[in-house]
Design a protein around this ligand. Structure first.
Ligand code: PRX
Length: 630
C-alpha cells in the first residue's frame, strides 16, 4: 500500500487511524523500508523518564535505504544538484550512483583515519555536496555526526567539540558567501587550541592558504584518492544514535539534541513526501543550511530517502543581486521551494522587480519554516512568487521534533495565511494552560504540547539525560512541552504564536537570551546584562540588550562596538545584538529577579502602562531605561 496521502478525506482517515492504532500505523509505514532485521516491538515509551524506543530491535543502515534500496530504480537520476555561490561557476550534479560512490569512498577514508561506529564527528562545512557526503558517510559507518553551522565562532565550535568528545572534524579551507570569502579552517584551528581531536579532514573549496598540522590535518581529496567506491554499511540498531545537533534553550549552554536511526528515517521520508507532495522527476529546493535541523531532515535525509532530486545552494538570496533565488528557480526548473519567512521579508523589501523576468512557472509548492510567517509576507509570497497558484505549506516543527509536526499537505489541506493548519498523522497535539490543564475544543489559546510519541522525536540531550527530562518532559506531566504558544481557532486550525520561554528567534535562528547575556558578560567592563527579543521587520525578532557597564574612559559608541564584537567572537555574528542600551540599573524585584516583562515592553517601544512595578527594588530605574531607549 502506498503511504502517500492524496485527498483531505484520506488525510483525515489516516490521521484517525494513526491516533487509534499508532503502532499499526507506523509499522505499516516502516515496512516499506529495508531492514536487515525487522523490529520486535514497534513502540515502547515512558514520558516520565523519558524513554522512547521506536522499532525496537530492528537492524538497518539509513544509507542502505537511500542507496541500495533505490539504486535499481534511481541510479542515474540526480540526487543532488548543487548551485554555487557565484552564478558564473558551474553547477554540479551528483546522480544517486555518483553520490553513493562518493559516500563509500569517504566512508572508507574515515575508517582509515580510525573513525569507528559510535565515534562522534563534527562537520563544520560550507554548503557543498561534500557536506552531505560527510553526513552520509558517518551514517554509513555508524559514526555519529554533529553538524555545526559554519557561521559559529571558534569558541562555540570548541564547546561543541568538547561536549560530544569528537574524534574528528570535517571542514573546508574557506567558504564563499556572497561577495565574501570566509576563513573556515582558521576558525577550526583556533577552536582546536582549546579542544582537541585526532584528525581534521579539509575539503578544498576556496583555495585560500591554510595551515595544516602534520599528522592531524589531511586534505579531503588526498584521503579519498585511493579509496574504493565500495563499502559495506555498518549494521545499526534502530535506536542507535544517528546524529547530535546542538540547539539553544532558555538556560545554559546549547544542548546536544540526539536523534536515533530508525524512527528518524521513517518520519523524515514520510513527512517529506506528504507535506511537499513530491512527484518523481520533480526538483525540490530547500534554502536552509545543513547546520540546522531543516538542512538535515529536508535537504539531506528526507528527500534522499524518498529518491528525490534535492537542490543545494551555496550562496545567499541577495548575491549578486536580489533576483538570485528566482534565477535559480528558473535555471533548475524548481518545483518545490522551501524557505524561511525572514528571507521572504528581506526580498520583499526589494519589491517585485527582481522576480520579474524570471520564469517561475515550474513552481508547484511553496514552503515556509523557522518562525511564524506574518500575513503580509504570506500574501507577498503567494501572489508574487507563487502567482496565486501554489499552495504554501507553513511547516511548524523544531530541532527536537526531527520532522514537520504541523503543516498543510500541499494542495490537500486548505490553507489560511499565517496558520500551520493541522497536525501530520501520528502527531497528537494538545494545548494546556499555565497550570497544565488541557484546553479542549476550538477557539482556545495556550502552550503547545505533544502527548504521544512520534518516530523522529528527541531521545535525549547528549551526555545529560536529566536536562532533556527537565527541559521538555517536566513542565507538564506526561507530555512533551514545545516552548511555543499556540492558538486553535474555530476551525480547529493551529496558529503558532511564538516562544513562551526565554528563547528568541532571530531570522529563524534560535537563541537563548541567557546564552547571549553570558557572551556579553565576558566583556571585562560589563557588570550585568539582560537580553530580550523585540519585533524586527526583517528578522522577525531582533536582539535588544540592556547592559550595565563600567564605562572607564570609553565612549558609549566604542563600548557598544566592543560588546558586539565580544558576542561575535563567543557565539558568532548571528547572535550580535541589534541594539545595545547602556543602563544605570535593571528592573529587579526584591528577590533579585529581573522583570523581563518591563524590558520587553520598552524594547517594543511601549513607554507607558508598564503594569505593576510596585515589587521593584528601584521603580525609578524604569523611567531611566525608558528615557535612554534605543
Ligand atoms: O518557535 C518555533 C519556531 O522555531 C522554533 C524551533 O526552532 P529550531 O529548533 O531552530 O527549528 C527551526 C526549524 C524547524 C519553534 O519552537 N518555528 C519553527 N517553524 C515555525 C515556527 N514558528 C511558527 N511557525 C513555523 N512554521
Amino acid at each position: 500500500m502506498s503511504d502517500r496521502l492524496h485527498t483531505l478525506s484520506g488525510y483525515l482517515y489516516e490521521y484517525q487511524k494513526s491516533v487509534s492504532q499508532p503502532e499499526e500505523f507506523w509499522a505499516r509505514i516502516a515496512d516499506s523500508f529495508f531492514w536487515r532485521k525487522r523490529w520486535n516491538k514497534t513502540l515502547e515509551w515512558n514520558f516520565e523518564k523519558p524513554d522512547v524506543k521506536w522499532f525496537a530491535g530492528g537492524k538497518l543502515n539509513i544509507t542502505e535505504n537511500i542507496f541500495e534500496r533505490q539504486l535499481f530504480t534511481h541510479a542515474d537520476q540526480a540526487a543532488i544538484i548543487w548551485e554555487p555561490n557565484d552564478p558564473n561557476e558551474e553547477t554540479r550534479t551528483l546522480t544517486y550512483r555518483e553520490l553513493y560512490e562518493e559516500v563509500n569512498r569517504f566512508s572508507n577514508a574515515l575508517k582509515s583515519k580510525g573513525i569507528q561506529k559510535g565515534d562522534r564527528v563534527i562537520i563544520y562545512m560550507p554548503m557543498v555536496p561534500e557536506a552531505a557526503v560527510a553526513m552520509l558517510a558517518c551514517a554509513r559507518i555508524g559514526a555519529i555526526h554533529s553538524v555545526v553551522f559554519a557561521g559559529f565562532s571558534a569558541s562555540a565550535l570548541a564547546d561543541r567539540i568538547i561536549d560530544c568528545k569528537a574524534k574528528a572534524v570535517l571542514t573546508s579551507d574557506g567558504n564563499f558567501r556572497g561577495a565574501k570569502k570566509i576563513p573556515v579552517k582558521a576558525v577550526v584551528d583556533e577552536a582546536l587550541e582549546k579542544a582537541s581531536v585526532e584528525s581534521v579532514i579539509v575539503y578544498q573549496r576556496t583555495n585560500q592558504e591554510v595551515t595544516m598540522k602534520e599528522g592531524r590535518d589531511f586534505w579531503w581529496h588526498e584521503v579519498v584518492a585511493n579509496e574504493s567506491t565500495e563499502n559495506k554499511a555498518e549494521e545499526m540498531d534502530s535506536e542507535d544514535m544517528l546524529f547530535i545537533l546542538y540547539t539553544s534553550g532558555s538556560t545554559g549552554k546549547p544542548k546536544g539534541v540526539v536523534h536515533t536511526t530508525g524512527g528518524y528515517m521513517v518520519y523524515t521520508k514520510y513527512s517529506f513526501e506528504n507535506v511537499f507532495q513530491y512527484s518523481p522527476g520533480d526538483v525540490y529546493w530547500c534554502t536552509a543550511d545543513i547546520g540546522w535541523i531543516t538542512g538535515h531532515s529536508y535537504i539531506v535525509y528526507g528527500p534522499l530517502l524518498a529518491g528525490a532530486t534535492t537542490l543545494m545552494f551555496e550562496g545567499v538570496p541577495t548575491f549578486p543581486d536580489a533576483g538570485r533565488f528566482w534565477q535559480v528557480v528558473e535555471k533548475h526548473q524548481v518545483n518545490q521551494f522551501y524557505t524561511a519567512p525572514t528571507a521572504i521579508r528581506a526580498l520583499q523589501a526589494y519589491g517585485t522587480e527582481p522576480i520579474e523576468g524570471n520564469d517561475l512557472s515550474s513552481l508547484k509548492v511553496l514552503g515556509s519554516v523557522g518562525e511564524p510567517i506574518n500575513e503580509e509576507a504570506w500574501h507577498w509570497y503567494h501572489t508574487h512568487v507563487g502567482k496565486g497558484k501554489c499552495p504554501i505549506v507553513d511547516t511548524w516543527w523544531q530541532t527536537e521534533t526531527g520532522g514537520i509536526m504541523v503543516s498543510p499537505l500541499a494542495g490537500i489541506t486548505p490553507t489560511k495565511p499565517a496558520y500551520a493548519t493541522l497536525p501530520l498523522p501520528g502527531i497528537q497535539l494538545t494545548i494546556v494552560d499555565a497550570d497544565g490543564k488541557e484546553l479542549t475544543g476550538n477557539g482556545v489559546e495556550g502552550n503547545l504540547c505533544i502527548k504521544f510519541p512520534w518516530p523522529s522525536m528527541i531521545r535525549t540531550t547528549y551526555g545529560d539525560h536529566e536536562r532533556c527530562k527537565q527541559t521538555y518532559f517536566s513542565t507538564y506531566k506526561g507530555m512533551y512541552f514545545t516552548g511555543d504558544g499556540v492558538k486553535r481557532d474555530h476551525d480547529g486550525y493551529y496558529r503558532i504564536l511564538g516562544r513562551v520561554d526565554d528563547v528568541i528567534n532571530v531570522s529563524g535562528h534560535r537563541m537563548g537570551t541567557a546564552e547571549v547575556e553570558n557572551a556579553i558578560n565576558e566583556h571585562p567592563l560589563v557588570i550585568e546584562s539582560a537580553v530580550v527579543g523585540y519585533p524586527h521587520e526583517v528578522k522577525g525578532q531582533g536582539i535588544y540588550a540592556y547592559v550595565i557597564c563600567d564605562m572607564k574612559n570609553r565612549t558609549e559608541e566604542n563600548l557598544v562596538a566592543e560588546i558586539k564584537d565580544t558576542v561575535s567572537k563567543i557565539i558568532g555574528p548571528i547572535a550580535k545584538p541589534d541594539k545595545i542600551q547602556i543602563v544605570p540599573g535593571l528592573p529587579k524585584t526584591r528577590s533579585g529577579k529581573i522583570m523581563r516583562r518591563i524590558l520587553r515592553k520598552v524594547a517594543e517601544g511601549v513607554t507607558e502602562n508598564m503594569g505593576d512595578t510596585s515589587t521593584l527594588l528601584d521603580p525609578e530605574v524604569v523611567e531611566k531605561i525608558i528615557e535612554g531607549r534605543k
